[in-house]
Design a protein around this ligand. Structure first.
Ligand code: NAP
Ligand code: G4F
Length: 344
């Protein structure tokens, strides 16, 4: 029976990946951080699933900034596969807490890799890399050969984690792979990422629960996929016969503004745009401004334009996304509208 150890189990991807692996009959060990408020919201309902029990979904306290806990967990569990999803994953916040972000996102990967080499070099390792590493993009679309040009402390840390994974693979002959995943979203996405922020706010505005949504740069373009598809890619990456680096993306790109328009259309909220720059606003049918631009949501350095090419994963791993942007918006709006109706 395969044993997986997931660092970052309480996050969006950790939740979907746990469900996937449990369905595949893995024993799943997840690492949670001590927190003064409950941080297991995304995984609590896993125990209600027919495929999950206390004995095959096991949680442990730990932290990737604490080498002793990382080493201890890997030694005690001795898993078949480790998925390192743990990160301070908010790009804007990484400008506020660059040192912590580097400790968790860069050195966290090093701590796990080093424990693998010392404890059991047969353990397979997945590193959660990011399209943010391409940053100020050098080729279009971006694939495994595109040079990195990171634009935030978060992205610089992920570049370190990428290369230390390659270095440990080449130096110690371990099975360590990098996924370079483009943005992926879901109903479980963190509330301060732009898609969730937009979907939640527009659904609440539609139901008279909120008046306005404030955003930053609405002209940034992203390649948005569905987290459920992307965790399948993570698993496939570790099942391939050799360790390698893989771009995972949809190959389609939308601006934040286009995303707003698609969500508004989906929930039948009529909006129209007027103005330019910081004065650009979206208005409701009643001519009330409902989306406004605020300088505080702009980043010191922006990533303007991401679009991936995952031809390699398609050809070799036989992975391709099953859900497009409309399916994603369907899932996210359904979830949010349901949350609102439960409030009533
Ligand atoms: P997320 O929702 O922010 O989840 C991050 C997880 O890491 C949470 O479980 C968090 O715990 C945990 N964590 C944070 N700091 C930690 C620490 N010091 N020690 C142990 N655990 C820690 O992120 P996600 O969207 O699921 O993404 C998963 C991974 O993929 C991240 O590494 C992210 O950077 C990367 N990634 C994400 C995307 C995307 O579009 N979603 C794209 C490319 C790469 P708490 O719940 O306690 O905060
Ligand atoms: O949703 P975002 O915060 O995601 P971002 O920065 O692309 O990062 C996410 O995807 C990466 C993969 O490429 C992951 F590695 C990373 O962990 C994270 O999951 O912002 C998307 C875009 C940005 O250009 C941002 O400037 O939306 C723009 N934006 C405009 N207004 C906003 C806002 N972003 C946020 N979070 N909040 C705003 O109000």
């Amino acid at each position: 029976m395969k044993k997986a150890l997931i660092f970052g189990v309480t996050g969006q991807d950790g939740s979907y990946l746990s469900r996937l692996l449990l369905k595949k009959k893995y024993i799943v060990h997840g690492v949670i951080r001590r927190s003064s408020s409950i941080n297991t919201r995304r995984i609590d309902d896993i125990y209600q699933e027919p495929f999950a029990q206390k004995k095959n979904f096991i949680l442990h306290f730990g932290d990737v900034t604490d080498g002793t806990s990382v080493n201890d967990l890997i030694y005690k569990i001795n898993p078949t596969e480790i998925y390192n999803l743990a990160a301070q994953s908010h790009v804007a916040v990484s400008f506020n807490i660059p040192e912590y972000t580097t400790n968790a996102d860069a050195l966290g990967a090093l701590r796990i890799l080093d424990s693998i080499v010392k404890i059991n070099p047969k353990i397979k390792y997945y590193q959660a890399g990011s399209s943010e590493m391409f940053g100020k993009v050098q080729t279009f679309p971006q694939n495994e050969s595109t040079p990195f040009y990171p634009r935030s402390p978060y992205a610089v840390s992920k570049v370190y984690a990428h290369w230390i994974t390659v270095n440990y693979r080449e130096s110690y002959n371990i099975f360590a792979s990098n996924g370079i995943l483009f943005n992926h979203e879901s109903p479980l996405r963190g509330e301060t990422f732009v898609t969730k922020k937009i979907v939640k706010a527009l659904c609440r505005i539609k139901n008279n629960k909120q008046k306005k949504l404030y955003l930053g740069n609405i002209y940034a373009k992203r390649d948005w996929g569905h987290a459920q598809d992307y965790v399948l890619a993570m698993w496939k990456i570790l099942q391939y016969k050799k360790p390698d680096d893989w771009v995972i993306s949809t190959g389609k790109q939308y601006s934040v503004k286009q995303f707003i328009n698609l969500v508004a259309k989906k929930i039948r909220l009529k909006i129209f745009w007027k103005g330019k720059g910081l004065n650009e606003k979206a208005y409701s049918e009643k001519n009330e401004p409902i989306v406004e631009i605020k300088k505080r949501y702009f980043r010191p350095a922006e990533v303007d334009n991401l679009k991936g090419s995952s031809q390699k994963a398609k050809k070799i791993l036989k992975w391709k996304p099953s859900k497009d942007i409309n399916d994603l918006i369907h899932d996210m709006t359904e979830y949010e509208l349901n949350e609102i109706s439960n409030e009533k």
